[in-house]
Design a protein around this ligand. Structure first.
Ligand SMILES: Cc1cc2nc3c(=O)[nH]c(=O)nc-3n(C[C@H](O)[C@H](O)[C@H](O)COP(=O)(O)OP(=O)(O)OC[C@H]3O[C@@H](n4cnc5c(N)ncnc54)[C@H](O)[C@@H]3O)c2cc1C
Length: 411
């Protein structure tokens, strides 16, 4: 009932309050992060791995499908609830938010938007329940920002497609069970010849390999995928042949929203650590928080936090309403990730030499803050997108399938 009131309210006015359910969700994730991530993250980051039981725990808390409708195995909460989960997880470490970004943002929500009923039952339901993990394979060794340069191919053979090629920099490459994979079914049509497929790890010819030596997100798995004559049934074509580029871009609308929300969480973590240190450390006879140039860095973090939050929750609001918001999502992702990167840099600066060692968490924040400025559209790509929208060179047209608006459960 409260949810219904909230939804009616949102149609008539802006509402900046969280619902009791959203507040409870935030507390749940915060407690989980404080108890099950914070005490171990330094060691996981050093070792470059984490305890995979974390995914089981996330699933037990229903966090792997928080905004997926209940009929498809999720919690049926609104899109801003997904933002809250991402904020709180990234307060712990970027690796866990990245996992939710690819599993829910890039994969599950794409199945919800574009999948047939059979695909949703077979793949979305177990993913939303956290029984299976989903990932997203778009980037290739010679194609990142320039998606149309991918070389992976899918050739129709009877009732199957045969996939050949390679993907790189894929989050959860060695962990996920299901992958959304983008491949050319007709190279002559350029980006209109790309199609999207659901590929299972167990399909013969599929293999993966981890990428070592990363700057940040060290406790998260990132790797390469290889497709050697992988036979994928035609039922696993997502959308229609040639719709892959649109599907990939709409997936990014959801992924970028989660990345932006995570950046808010990273700024929170930077502020938490910096405020504590400002009160502890003294120079020239006073707490460093009393020095105006240190205050400038704290103020910049606070401004970044509040501005980014507003941009993120606006996107969540638009998604709840079922409105396409590629433009707003791109802006939120760009600005929030830049602020998070700046906040992490400031946090290290505030900690002086101690910030330069892993005695304090801020050096990890700085290393972690860089990838989100690169993945899901680099800073430069989002800058260009924003300029093009303003200049009238870019417009978003309606898609054949839209992400469903949030509808509160009837009770
Ligand atoms: C930790 C991590 C996890 C990732 N996870 C995934 C994943 O799960 N799935 C997936 O598919 N990919 C993933 N990626 C890949 C990521 O999406 C790409 O790295 C990203 O799209 C950029 O592509 P690129 O690295 O090839 O850079 P490039 O596209 O080669 O760009 C290189 C530089 O040139 C600039 N540039 C490129 N084109 C232009 C232009 N037109 N104008 C101005 N500047 C330009 C870029 O901004 C950048 O600074 C991940 C990456 C990282 C680091």
């Amino acid at each position: 009932m409260k949810n219904k009131q909230l939804h009616r309210g949102m149609e008539t006015m802006m509402n900046f309050d969280f619902t009791p359910e959203q507040e409870m969700l935030r507390q749940t994730v915060r407690k989980f992060v404080d108890k099950e991530i914070m005490p171990y993250i330094k060691e996981w980051d050093e070792r470059g791995e984490f305890d995979r039981n974390i995914f089981k725990r996330l699933a037990e808390l229903n966090l792997m499908g928080v905004c997926i409708p209940e009929e498809y195995g999720g919690m049926g909460m609104d899109y801003n609830s997904l933002a809250i989960v991402c904020e709180e997880l990234e307060r712990g470490d970027t690796a866990f938010r990245t996992a939710v970004s690819v599993h829910t943002g890039l994969n599950s929500l794409t199945l919800l938007q574009w999948g047939t009923e059979e695909q949703k039952q077979k793949y979305l339901v177990p993913q939303a329940r956290g029984e299976k993990i989903g990932a997203f394979g778009l980037t290739e060794p010679n194609a990142g920002s320039d998606v149309a340069s991918i070389q992976t191919t899918a050739v129709r053979d009877g009732d199957d497609y045969i996939l050949n090629g390679q993907k790189t920099w894929i989050s959860l490459a060695d962990i996920a069970d299901h992958f959304l994979v983008f491949a050319y079914t007709d190279k002559s049509k350029k980006h209109r010849g790309i199609s999207a497929f659901i590929v299972e790890r167990t399909m013969p010819g599929f293999s993966s390999r981890p990428i070592k030596g990363k700057l940040g997100i060290r406790s998260g798995n990132t790797g390469e995928l290889f497709f050697d004559n992988v036979r994928v049934p035609k039922e696993n074509l997502l959308g229609e042949e040639g719709e892959g580029f649109k599907i990939a871009m709409s997936a990014l609308d959801n992924g970028r929203f989660t990345v932006a929300a995570g950046a808010v969480g990273l700024i929170m973590a930077c502020l938490e650590a910096s405020v504590k240190y400002c009160h502890e450390r003294k120079t020239f006879g006073k707490e460093i928080g009393r020095h105006q140039l240190v205050q400038q860095m704290i103020a910049r973090m606070e401004a970044g936090l509040q501005i980014s939050r507003l941009l993120v929750y606006k996107v969540g609001f638009l998604k709840n309403e079922g409105r396409r918001c590629t433009r707003e999502t791109s802006l939120a992702k760009w600005i929030a990730c830049d602020y998070a990167n700046q906040a992490a840099d400031d946090a290290v600066q505030i900690h002086g030499a101690y910030g330069y060692s892993n005695e304090y968490p801020v050096e990890r924040y700085l290393r972690n803050s860089k990838a989100p400025v690169i993945y899901e559209g680099t800073r430069e790509i989002h800058t260009i997108m924003q300029a093009e929208y303003v200049l009238g060179y870019r417009q978003d047209k309606p898609l054949r399938k839209t992400l469903p608006a949030w509808r509160p459960a009837e009770n």
